[in-house]
Write a protein that binds this ligand. Structure first.
Ligand SMILES: Cc1ncc(COP(=O)(O)O)c(C=O)c1O
Length: 400
């Protein structure tokens, strides 16, 4: 008998972390590495939020809380959904977990039976497929390429739906492509879903605030109210408030679904830290004036990366409308040889070449289920990005 369960033995660790780790290893050995693999803001948590965390510790908010969270945080989340998205929830329709990652995980655990299918629009964040598998579900990938702006099309969705389809998982703005679905595009997908009432919609809105379109952010439950009774709208404080380490995510959805999610959570971690909960209230209710400068900085960085990528022979690049990633195509580099005589056969080979020879850590597109691409995270300083782009241009020019 093997120690590890069948469920766990096929699970791959997240490639984003793996490439970051490899880069850190080379840096520790004295190499100059531009680390553009990790998807987290390089800004600090705003000061008023940090202060709220400190005062929670000093005022003794250090005990177990209700499951899934305190009444105060639940109310702050309800206010957020109303204010930002026009969505109205009762406390019984809110869950709060240890990052939005845990909310996604809990939702799949609570709803997926063996052999249920979960439709995942790809390229998708590395963890989606593994989360479906660990819930004994079957991931059904719907590829969206640069030709459609990395957005799935209604006909494609229609063709993928079967009687076993449980969920469609969609992330906008997208990690890794930066694609943003407009209200009209969501409505077109909803037309399909409304014909198939057994399919639920999981809306991962974690990059909501990092948006460059000038249009208001669109989320399914708000733009198509008939879909709200089978939508789980997921968000969190990690990306907008630079609070990745605090671990707080939340979601709103129908009470029965939330009840199931909270059962999973109550059986595992109970709740996120009481200190984090206090800080998250301050984040959600507090001033947002720190945000426009963050977004403006991201936008400048995006433009640096996109301009650099567009000038490289063999690389194609679309302009992302949100999040902090650029997802260039590298088909034109596949088959070329490195100065050391190695053939670049895959996007993984290319990323290893970039890491080892150019000192730039990136993540291959295959990690997001769309090979022949790579992801650059521009949540890094302009100096690191400018140097990283110079190195990538040189490394690509060296491929023959
Ligand atoms: C698309 C997407 N969803 C969810 C998460 C999880 O974020 P957190 O658990 O920090 O809220 C991430 C983090 O990288 C992400 O990229």
């Amino acid at each position: 008998m093997t120690l590890l369960s069948k469920r766990v033995s096929g699970i791959k660790p997240p490639m984003t972390r793996e490439m970051t780790r490899l880069g850190n290893e080379l840096a520790a050995a004295g190499r100059s590495i531009m680390s553009l693999a990790q998807g987290e803001p390089d800004f600090d948590t705003p000061e008023h939020v940090r202060e709220a965390g400190k005062s929670a510790i000093d005022s003794g908010k250090t005990h177990y809380t209700d499951i899934p969270a305190t009444r105060e945080l639940t109310e702050a989340v309800i206010r957020k959904f109303k204010r930002d998205n026009g969505l109205v929830f009762k406390p019984s329709e809110i869950t709060i977990g240890v990052g939005s990652k845990q909310v996604l995980y809990n939702a799949l655990q609570a709803t997926v039976d063996p052999a249920d299918e979960v439709i995942v629009a790809v390229p998708a964040w590395v963890s989606y497929l593994e989360m479906v598998r660990i819930a004994d579900g079957i991931p059904v990938v719907l590829p969206a390429t640069a030709e459609t702006g990395f957005k799935i099309q209604p006909a494609q969705l229609e063709a993928a739906i079967t009687p076993r389809s449980k969920w469609l998982m969609l992330n906008s703005p997208s990690n890794p492509s930066g694609a943003v679905y407009s209200a009209a595009e969501l409505k077109a997908l909803a037309e399909v879903l409304l014909r198939h009432p057994h399919v639920w919609f999981m809306s991962d809105d974690i990059y909501e605030k990092i948006l460059y379109t000038g249009e208001p952010f669109a989320t399914m439950a708000a733009v198509v109210p008939e879909m709200a009774s089978r939508c789980l709208t997921i968000n969190g404080v990690s990306k907008a408030f630079a609070m990745t380490g605090w671990r707080c995510g939340y979601a709103g959805g129908p009470a029965e679904l939330i009840r199931g999610i909270n059962l999973v959570q109550g059986t595992s971690v109970s709740h996120t830290s009481s200190v984090t909960q206090a800080a998250a209230i301050e984040a959600l209710d507090g001033p947002m004036d720190f945000l426009p400068p963050f977004v403006a900085a991201y936008r400048r960085r995006r433009d640096i990366v996109v301009a650099a990528m567009k000038s490289i022979d063999g690389v194609t690049c679309t302009v992302p409308d949100g999040a902090f990633y650029v997802f260039p195509g590298c088909k034109g580099l596949i088959g070329r040889r490195t100065p050391k005589g190695k053939t670049i056969a895959t996007d993984m080979d290319l990323c290893m070449y970039f890491l080892e020879e150019a000192g730039v850590a990136l993540v291959p597109g295959s990690a997001f289920e769309l090979p022949d691409h790579f992801r650059i995270s521009y949540a890094a300083s302009e100096a690191a990005l400018t140097e990283g782009m110079k190195r990538l241009a040189r490394a690509c020019a060296d491929l023959k």
